[in-house]
Design a protein around this ligand. Structure first.
Ligand code: GLU
Length: 898
């Protein structure tokens, strides 16, 4: 074709086009004040069309108007104003009763009305096109999800009446047990969530607006309804736009539905385009493909659909004239335009998928993504389409990850029992809720662990105070251990003892406290001193040793006196050469001398020789120490009233039958007696079982009351005894610990969290935090430290042989030394005498020994030898050898004198 023919044809076509639709086509948009983003998308979508001449040859002009959701008058005014400006279609409003009004006005004027929010009506008006999937279509999807998840019973947690309308068949289903619960209108949903937890509701369909959803999820986590036991189906199509990280590690199965795929090219290019338009205005409202909402995407698709329908309408006969609400005129092309929009043949690929309508005007061919919250965020696990229904790639929720799994943001249900000071009710003048209700060592320990490991926790109370024991006949566990095994709780903490039996049923962390069984009994009663309390300062052993050394020293002194030549004296000092010598150390005198010094009195007897003086000195030293010790200890005995208990240890308690004894029912203490191989303990267990109604208690507190009011001894764990005796001075611990064990946090068997919890407990121990906590809860909080001064054993104890043994050793050493000295003195004297009298040394020595060996009498005749004057000699000593024996004073004229 030649250029000369082409040019007039082009001009003709151009004129024809210009003569069809006016150059600028106005479209009106009605928005509420909260719909800023939808309004922006409305404008940007229009500009996108204008920038792409392939879609429409004309320019679109967006006229956004703000309306109030319940003000019909102003809405109808606005619609009339828009119609007066000659709009080709009206978009919105998104919600509110006014949308019906706009629809009927558009119907009257034959102006297409485009809606993007859900609408329950079963018949679409002629001039209405709604891009939102019909709620009944979505309800069908939720039904299929509930079936795929195998929920026989579930709870529908809804916000208001419209939710129930929307969910339709889901709430009316008869083949499943459905519980309906409404969220709190004022935003505090904790009560309803708590009720759900208590009644064990695990499968939840949550239907609420996006404004409410984050708060509901947060509160669900706070009350412990966000654990691995719960599964949620969240109906909001905008689930992906909120931060789900806090719930992503807790193991809760959260399923949602997505209409906009942020990874699709069409979404990414639209968002990029909007960003570009934003940048041209010098703004950035932060829309990304990740946070684009369904209402924004539908608005974009609605404008696109409208523009494509307009382009099909674009013919010379078409005009758009302003319409007057007062007159009955209408737009002649409205019907065609709306039919082009609803035409099932045309397919538009929008941000929300293929946009097609059925004969009734409902959106059809919908394809949605099924999303599930996993440890790495929301993941697509399947699809749902109106044609093929649900197609889950993985129908079973993912298995919990393995050992290294973080506890971050997990919520543990922690069960505790009331036992001071591990778990106690917080005292408050106002009613407390949830975790605030409790305080104590165990509660603080869980809190510290949660800070270290980043988990959340919710405390629950074991109302019957049963910690858990195995019924050997039925094989059933009771109490908190049962709750862990039945997965009604994740952790258990109180003064829960780690036992081999329990360790088979559940796991325990490293012990956070060590202890042993002891006896709680009334504090020792004060006793008035006994008649023979003067004997108390020394033990019987010491008294016996004292008596022995007294006798020993006296006898030694007597013997030494006889051996030692210097103790033989002239009885008549004025006679220069006496016939015989006298010794003061007779046996009686020796006894008298030693007792005299022991009693601190002295006597007229005084030793003369070095050796006897040595004996006397060491004895005086001994008596000095012993008497001082006695006096000091006697003072203590007389000033301090001694306190006693009727028994000193467990065996004395077992061997009597006046004082009753018992322990906590089903506790590890009573089981210690049951499992012990010691027949004495078994005997005690048999006694407790025989009298169990009388002697076994449900709580430690009951045991304490029995101790105070009856003649009763209570077997209790030492840490608990320590706590009580810090506050109640009427009771005390008796005897030593019977065993040694520890308290741990119980967790269900083979839990992947045990190691992390144990490591954290160890870290708390190593940093000294546990010791500080213990000190505070035991000695400071709730009246601790009351019995510090009065408690403890102030009783003086008698000195035993270990206390005074050293003095005895010194005494014995001194005596041995003086024996040598005595021998030395004897030999020296014999030697000198033998030389002086010119007799044999041995002869003289034998004569001395013979005399000593006689051990008789306190006088000693002076021996005379043959070479001496016989006249002077006294008669020969009886038994003495007259041949060798010459009566002679060998003790010269100057014997020792004191
Ligand atoms: N700690 C014990 C237990 O875990 C309870 C108290 C007791 O038996 O003395 O069973």
């Amino acid at each position: 074709m030649s250029v000369s023919i082409m040019a007039p044809l082009l001009i003709f076509l151009l004129l024809a086009a210009v003569a069809g639709l006016p150059g600028t086509i106005k479209i009106g948009g009605l928005f509420h004040s909260t719909e800023t983003l939808e309004e922006l998308v409305f404008q940007y979508a229009t500009q996108t069309i204008n920038n792409d001449s392939m879609i429409l040859h004309k320019r679109l002009m967006a006229i956004p108007e703000h309306v109030k959701s319940h003000d019909s008058l102003s809405v109808s005014d606005t619609v009339c104003r828009l119609l007066g400006q000659g709009v080709a279609g009206i978009f919105g409003p998104q919600a509110g009763s006014t949308s019906a009004l706009v629809q009927s006005m558009c119907d009257t004027m034959d102006i297409p009305h485009v809606e993007t929010s859900w609408d329950m009506k079963q018949r679409r008006q002629d001039f209405l096109v709604n891009l939102h999937p019909h709620p009944s279509t979505l309800a069908r999807l939720y039904m299929e999800l509930v079936s795929a998840w195998g929920w026989e019973k579930f709870t529908v947690l809804y916000e208001d009446g419209s939710s129930l309308v929307r969910l339709g068949n889901l709430v009316k289903t008869l083949d499943r047990q459905v519980t309906l619960r409404q969220l709190d209108a004022h935003g505090n949903h904790r009560q309803v969530l708590r009720d759900m937890r208590h009644s064990g509701e695990r499968n939840i369909v949550l239907d609420c607006s996006m404004g409410t959803l984050p708060e509901v999820l947060k509160q669900a986590q706070q009350v412990g309804l966000m654990t691995s036991d719960q599964s949620y189906v969240i109906t909001s199509l905008d689930l992906h736009t909120i931060n789900l990280e806090p719930y992503q590690y807790g193991g809760t199965n959260i399923t949602g539905v997505r209409m906009v795929d942020p990874n699709s090219k069409i979404v990414q290019s639209a968002v990029k385009n909007w960003g570009y338009l934003e940048a041209r205005k010098g703004r950035n409202i932060g829309i990304s493909s990740e946070n684009i909402t369904v209402s924004m995407a539908l608005m974009h698709d609605a404008v696109q659909l409208f523009a494509r329908a307009l382009s099909r309408l674009d013919s010379p006969a078409v005009d758009i004239k302003p319409l007057d609400c007062e007159s009955q005129n209408n737009w002649g092309h409205g019907t065609s335009l709306i039919n082009f929009m609803k035409d099932g043949q045309s397919t538009l690929h929008g941000l929300t998928g293929v946009i097609q309508f059925d004969n009734e005007g409902f959106r059809t061919n919908i394809m949605l993504d099924i999303m599930e919250l996993s440890y790495s965020g929301l993941e697509r696990v399947g699809t749902w389409s109106t044609k093929d229904g649900l197609n889950i790639i993985r129908a079973v929720p993912p298995a919990p990850p393995h050992h290294s799994e973080s506890l971050q943001n997990r919520t543990f249900r922690v069960i505790t029992a009331l036992s001071d000071p591990y778990g106690m009710r917080r005292q408050s003048s106002v009613p407390l809720k949830d975790n605030d209700r409790f305080e104590g060592f165990g509660i603080e320990l869980i809190h510290e662990l949660s800070l270290m490991l980043g988990f959340n926790y919710i405390f629950d109370l074991q109302l019957d105070n049963a910690y858990g024991s195995l019924n050997k006949k039925t094989g059933q566990w009771t109490g908190m251990i049962k709750k862990l095994r039945d997965e009604e709780a994740d952790l258990a903490i109180t003064d829960l003892t780690i036992t081999s039996e329990r360790e088979e049923a559940v796991d325990f962390t490293t012990p956070f406290m060590t202890l042993g069984i002891a006896i709680l009994y009334k504090s020792p009663q004060k006793e008035s001193p006994s008649l023979f309390s003067f004997m108390a300062p020394f033990t019987t052993g010491v008294w016996f040793c004292m008596f022995s050394v007294y006798m020993g020293v006296s006898i030694l002194l007597w013997i030494m006196g006889r051996i030692c030549p210097y103790e033989w004296n002239n009885p008549y000092p004025c006679i220069e050469e006496p016939e015989e010598l006298e010794n003061q150390f007779t046996l009686q005198n020796s006894l008298w001398f030693t007792i005299g010094s022991l009693m601190q009195q002295g006597s007229e007897i005084a030793p003369i020789a070095v050796s006897t003086r040595m004996v006397a000195s060491i004895w005086w030293f001994f008596t000095l120490i012993m008497v001082s010790s006695y006096t000091a200890n006697l003072a203590a005995f007389l000033t301090v009233e001694t306190s006693t208990t009727p028994f000193k240890n467990v065996w004395e308690l077992a061997n009597q039958n006046v004082i009753k004894y018992g322990a906590k029912k089903g506790g590890s203490t009573v089981n210690f007696f049951r499992d012990s191989s010691d027949s004495r303990y078994q005997h005690m267990y048999a006694y407790m079982m025989r009298n169990q109604d009388e002697v076994l208690t449900s709580t430690n507190d009951e045991g304490l009351q029995k101790v105070k009011t009856q003649n009763y001894a209570y077997f209790m764990e030492s840490t608990s005894i320590q706590y009580i005796t810090e506050r109640d001075c009427e009771v005390a611990q008796v005897g030593d610990l019977l065993d040694s064990k520890g308290y741990g946090i119980a967790i269900k068997k083979n839990s992947i969290y045990r190691n992390q919890l144990s490591t954290a407990v160890l870290k708390l121990q190593e940093s000294g935090k546990l010791a500080k906590m213990k000190n505070r809860w035991w000695k400071e909080e709730r009246g601790g430290g009351k019995c510090v001064d009065t408690g403890g054993s102030g009783n003086p104890s008698p000195l035993n042989i270990q206390n005074v043994g050293g003095v005895f050793v010194v005494l014995v050493a001194g005596l041995v030394l003086s024996c040598f000295m005595a021998l030395f003195e004897l030999l020296r004297n014999v030697y000198e005498t033998a030389r002086e009298k010119k007799v044999l040394f041995l002869q003289e020595l034998m004569a001395e020994f013979r005399f000593i060996a006689r051990c008789h009498g306190s006088t000693k005749p002076i021996r005379k030898y043959d070479n001496q004057d016989k006249e002077d000699s006294p008669p020969a000593e009886e038994g003495a050898d007259p041949q060798n024996f010459v009566p002679l004073s060998i003790y010269g004229p100057t014997p020792y004198r004191h």
